[in-house]
Write a new protein. Structure first.
Length: 94
């Protein structure tokens, strides 16, 4: 749940949304819960579920993390846009 608070705070600061951080955290909790329910119900095999979740993890987390470790500095808007593009690309191919 702490990650949802961090995500709500980051989205609130980057995009200057006029909604409280608590409401954003609740919205992200509902979205994440719906996604987790979909992931759990869509597969009957545990290995398939792990591979599906790994396909989301690689473009959304690993690539921006490795670029920041290597020293590439960029604006947070671009990183969030790249993470969203990676998420929607994986959703397109699933």
């Amino acid at each position: 749940m702490a990650q949802l608070c961090f995500l709500g705070h980051d989205i609130h600061d980057v995009f200057n949304i006029r909604v409280s951080n608590l409401l954003l955290s609740k919205i992200f909790a509902i979205i994440l819960g719906a996604f987790a329910t979909y992931l759990a119900m869509s597969t009957s095999d545990l290995l398939d579920m792990v591979m599906t979740s790994a396909s989301f993890y690689l473009p959304v987390v690993t690539i921006p993390l490795s670029l920041s470790i290597l020293g590439f500095r960029t604006v947070s808007n671009i990183v969030l846009a790249a993470m969203a593009a990676g998420f929607f690309t994986v959703m397109l191919y699933l």
